[in-house]
Design a protein around this ligand. Structure first.
Ligand code: SF4
Length: 327
């Protein structure tokens, strides 16, 4: 196999060798990098405390680091003192949340990922055309709450192809679909196919709402799973894109585990394995991957490889009020 990088480390593990293969790309996407940088720049410009509605991204380690710098994370806006600088997370918010911030006189900096905002505009554009919207996504995820709350008119939420048959729409000729940004491409295609079969006149973006970072990481973990005995996905349990990565690896019949950090590794998972693949969700920092590798080095002598893959150069602009500060 073609390998873009190869190195052997002297592990503390005795007598056991383990090939550790890293997926490429993995970890932070441009939307997560931007959201974290927004909180850091806001702290620099306005000083602590800075209030953030919900986890800025779905990762406890990221949240704790920002909390240590003076960010305060709240569930609801009424926990924020009037006039305090408030940041909306990368997942986006509904118009009702925006209006509530305005009524409480909260100066808001919006860290919604531009690719989530793009889905909001697309959904509203279809609604303006008089179409009802079928949103493919997972109930309860903050991105879905935000998207549903930004579209005027009827939005039906479904997550599986089997749910299409039960949909009761007003006019089958005036329908559109949009999707959450972090879904499995293959599963979503199956839902879209079922929608098109039942509603031939439906319009939508195919799987293009699933963002570049999600698609690249899914392709990479698919390749990774074909090459190793066990896959470890570094990511939080509530991270949608991380869960999809684990599922895609598992679909290749490779034992696959989601680990929040190195402490979550159970050495029993590696029994009999000679190779371990590692990837990380879009909200998982690279140092968690490196700590996981260190942990593996305690178990075995590790030989490192990185699979070839796409190099990402995506970067999103800062909100205007923070643009002048150095990154
Ligand atoms: S996973 Fe995609 S949509 Fe979500 S923050 Fe990252 S780039 Fe944006």
């Amino acid at each position: 196999m073609d390998k873009s990088a190869s190195a052997t480390s002297t592990g503390q593990g005795k007598g056991r060798r383990l090939r550790v293969v890293l997926a490429q790309p993995r970890g932070f996407c441009a939307g997560v990098e931007r959201a974290i940088e927004i909180v850091e720049r806001a702290l620099e410009k306005y000083g602590p405390p800075i209030y953030v509605r919900h986890e800025i991204v779905h990762n406890r380690h990221v949240v704790e680091r920002l909390r240590a710098k003076g960010a305060r994370f709240v569930d609801e806006l009424d926990e924020i003192p009037p006039g305090s600088v408030t940041i909306f997370s990368a997942h986006g918010v509904s118009r009702a949340v925006e209006a509530s911030a305005e009524s409480r006189d909260l100066p808001v900096i919006d860290a919604t990922c531009p690719l989530v905002s793009k889905v909001h505009s697309e959904g509203q554009r279809y609604a303006t055309q008089g179409r009802e919207i079928i949103l493919i996504g997972h109930a309860g995820h903050p991105e879905i709450e935000g998207t549903m709350g930004r579209i005027d008119g009827k939005v039906y939420l479904i997550s599986k192809a089997e749910e299409v048959a039960a949909l009761q729409v007003s006019n089958p000729e005036k329908l559109a679909f949009i999707t959450q940004t972090t879904l499995s491409v293959d599963d979503t295609r199956a839902v879209i196919d079922a929608l098109k079969e039942r509603f031939p006149g439906i319009v939508g973006p195919d799987t293009k709402d699933i963002c570049y970072a999600t698609q690249n990481r899914q392709r990479a973990v698919h390749d990774l799973a074909m090459d190793v005995d066990v896959v470890l996905v570094v990511g939080a349990a509530n991270s949608s894109n991380s869960n999809r990565l684990r599922e895609i690896a598992a679909e290749q019949n490779v034992p696959s585990y989601l680990v929040a950090d190195a402490d979550a590794l159970d050495p029993q998972w590696l029994e009999g394995a000679t190779s371990v693949g590692i990837t990380a969700g879009a909200s998982a920092p690279e140092d968690l991957v490196q700590k996981l590798i260190e942990r593996l080095r305690e178990i075995a002598e590790v030989e490192m490889e990185t699979l070839p893959g796409i190099t990402e150069n995506v970067r999103f602009r800062m909100p205007a009020e923070l643009a002048e500060l150095a990154g």
